[in-house]
Every structure is written in structure tokens, then in C-alpha cells.
Write a protein of this length. Structure first.
Ligand code: ADP
Length: 369
């Protein structure tokens, strides 16, 4: 049976039962009520009134029954109309929801339901619209991701094809081709590895081995790792070691965040420049700063560099071996560990990237690096 008729019949049943109950109650109570009042009237009227007692009782009962016979059908009619309107509204809302979900199921994420009113049906429509909007956003980012990845892969693939053709035509020395092929495959490997990490970070699926980590040890390990690169790029790398403090973090992931920030600072700072690294305690976090004397960033770029594949200068970033997701990974990792990565920069004045990690109250933590 259709929902409309089910609702309508259940309303109708309630209405009919109410009317029947009303008639029965009237029959039971009204009779004794009328008899009581007529007896009082007859007493007041004296001996003459006694002959009128039967007529009076009958007259009052007839009037009451007549009034009920007119009022009951009218009330029934109004009640049935109201029941039909109420059932129609519920059925209309359910039908719209059903059509809307069918549209969303077939990929039509722009489908929306009207949101008029303040009741639970409007709440349902509002929640449905929110769900459709978030599905649309997920679909848009999926499409964008596929097209960006395709674009990112096209560049190294074109280069690989060029090396293969050069070799084939005998116009490219084997050594040059081999170096080129190695560089491009490394770029593709880095892209695939970073992408997989980004998707795991975004899905909250990174395995973390949280423990107390000594900040000085974290900085010393980074200094040791990046000093040769700084020398080869003619950039002065200066680490200021803070008094001993500990953070509660995954040591490998924390080292990776610092490596991404330091790698960028060295990559984008021209020869003769400087990079400073220091840590400070800012309750309840420890904040590690990486400041460079590189090109800096505009306010707009500062708002966008943490997006996947956003690059201020795409060709320069690619030449420098960037995958375009280093900062996305760094911020995602810092956030899952209870910290964050932020930037302060000005165009032409260098940049300062800061990353925070939860401070651990242990004064001399286990050095896990
Ligand atoms: P990439 O692999 O291209 O370096 P990132 O996500 O690490 O990707 O950085 C995104 C972009 O942010 C870079 O392409 C670069 O334009 C800009 N950027 C990052 N770090 C710096 C920095 N220290 N100075 C200037 N620009 C930077």
C-alpha cells in the first residue's frame, strides 16, 4: 500500500475512533446530566412543571443529538482534509528525498532538496544537502588529483621518451641518456612515494611510534645530514642548539618534517645565502624554526603552498627535484602528531617555516635518533 494511504488511513482511524468515543460519552453523561437539570427545573416550576418533565427531557435530547449530527460530519470533513494535507506533506518530502538520493547515486552531486520550514523533515533535507555537497567536494578533489597526477607524470615521461629517441637516433651519448633516465625515474619514484604518504596522512592511516624525543638530538641529526648539501650549494647553515627539551612525537616523522623544511630552504636559497635553525619552548609546544634568506613568498603564495602540487615557480621546483607535495606531507604529519607547520615570509625578504610538536614534560628524554 502506498505511504500516502497508509498515513491517511491511520489518521482516519484515529479520527473515527475519537468521534465514536465522543458520541458514546455524550450518550452516557449527557442523558444523566439532562435528567438532573430537568428535575431541578421541574422542582422550581412546582406541580405544573411535572407534566412537562418528559417533553423537556425529550426536547433537550433531540436538540443535542441534532447539534451532534451536524457538528460531527463537519468535524470529520475538516479532520480528513487536515489528515490528507499532513500525509501529503510527509509523502512529498519522502518522494523528494528518494528522487534526490537516486540522483546522487547516479553521480548527480549537484542535486539539492528544498529547505523550507523548521521541522524534522527540513532537518533531513538539510542533512541530505550537506551530504551531497561533501560528496561533490570529494568528487571534485578526486578528479583534480587524477588530472594533476597525470600532468605531473607527463613531464618525466616526455623526458624519458626524449632520451629513448635520442639513443635510438644515435644523437645522444649513452652516458647523458643514462643520467637523464636515472634522474627522471627518481623524480617519478619520489612523486609516487610522496603521493602515497599524502594519501595515508589525509586518511589518518600513518603508523606513528610516539615517544619522548630530545629536540637537540633531532636538530643535530638534521645538521649532520644537511651540512654537505649546504656546502655544495654555498649556503651558510647555522644551527642554534637550545637547552635540552623533549617533544612527544614519532622521531622518524619529525625528522622527515624537518628534512622537508630544511631541504626547501637550501633548495630555494641562492648561493651566498644563509639558513638558520633554532628551537624554542612555547607552552604547550616546542617550536622549531627554519629561516632562510631566499626569495620569500607573497601573502597569496603563503596561503597556497601547503596545497598538493602548488608551486610558486613550477619549472624551478621541478629542476630542483621537487615533487610539489613536500609541504603538504610536512603539515599533514605535524598535525597528526598534535602540532602544525606555519610560514611567515615576505617577498624578497626570505621565509621562516615553523613547526610545532607537543612538549613532553620529561626533562632529559630518551634520544631516539
Ligand atoms: P616542492 O617539492 O616543489 O618544493 P613543496 O610542497 O615542498 O614542493 O613546496 C611548495 C612550493 O612552496 C615550492 O614549489 C616553492 O615554490 C615554495 N617554497 C617552499 N619552501 C620555500 C622556501 N623556503 N622559500 C621559497 N619558496 C618556498
Amino acid at each position: 500500500m502506498k505511504l500516502f494511504w497508509r498515513l491517511f488511513l491511520s489518521y482516519a482511524l484515529v479520527i473515527v475512533l475519537t468521534v465514536v468515543a465522543l458520541l458514546l460519552l455524550t450518550e452516557v453523561f449527557a442523558s444523566s446530566f439532562i435528567r438532573h437539570h430537568v428535575a431541578q427545573m421541574v422542582q422550581v416550576m412546582g406541580p405544573d412543571g411535572r407534566s412537562l418533565q418528559g417533553d423537556l427531557t425529550q426536547g433537550m435530547r433531540t436538540t443535542l443529538t441534532g447539534a451532534l449530527l451536524i457538528a460531527a460530519p463537519l468535524a470529520l470533513l475538516v479532520a480528513f482534509l487536515a489528515a490528507s494535507v499532513a500525509s501529503g506533506r510527509v509523502v512529498r518530502a519522502v518522494r523528494q528525498l528518494s528522487e534526490g538520493s537516486r540522483a546522487v547515486a547516479s553521480g548527480e552531486y549537484r542535486s539539492r532538496l528544498p529547505e523550507q520550514g523548521q521541522d524534522e523533515l527540513t532537518d533531513l533535507a538539510r542533512n541530505f544537502n550537506r551530504m551531497a555537497a561533501s560528496l561533490a567536494a570529494v568528487e571534485a578533489s578526486r578528479t583534480e588529483l587524477i588530472s594533476t597526477v597525470a600532468h605531473e607524470l607527463r613531464t618525466p615521461m616526455t623526458a624519458l621518451r626524449g632520451y629513448a629517441e635520442g639513443l635510438n637516433d644515435g644523437v645522444l651519448p649513452q652516458e647523458t641518456a643514462a643520467r637523464g633516465v636515472l634522474r627522471e625515474t627518481q623524480a617519478m619514484e619520489r612523486l609516487v612515494r610522496d603521493l602515497s604518504l599524502v594519501s595515508r596522512v589525509e586518511a589518518g592511516a600513518v603508523d606513528l611510534f610516539l615517544q619522548d624525543v630530545d629536540v637537540q638530538a633531532l636538530l643535530l641529526a638534521a645538521e649532520e645530514r644537511f651540512a654537505p648539501l649546504a656546502v655544495s650549494r654555498d649556503v651558510r647553515l647555522d644551527f642554534r642548539l637550545a637547552p635540552k627539551s623533549c617533544v612527544y612525537t614519532d622521531p622518524e616523522r619529525a625528522a622527515q618534517i624537518l628534512a622537508n623544511l630544511l631541504g626547501n630552504a637550501l633548495k630555494y636559497t641562492p648561493a651566498g645565502g644563509q639558513v638558520h635553525v633554532w628551537a624554542e619552548f612555547r607552552a604547550p609546544h616546542v617550536c622549531i624554526h627554519v629561516q632562510d634568506s631566499g626569495p620569500g613568498l607573497t601573502a597569496e603564495d603563503q596561503g597556497r603552498i601547503f596545497e598538493r602540487f602548488y608551486r610558486v615557480d613550477p619549472s624551478r621546483s621541478r629542476m630542483a627535484g621537487g615533487s610539489g607535495v613536500g609541504l603538504t606531507v610536512a603539515r599533514g604529519l605535524a598535525r597528526v602528531m598534535g602540532g602544525d607547520v606555519t610560514v611567515r615570509a615576505e617577498l624578497g625578504e626570505g621565509s621562516t617555516f615553523s613547526f610545532t610538536l607537543p612538549h613532553s614534560p620529561v626533562s632529559s628524554g630518551e634520544v631516539a635518533l
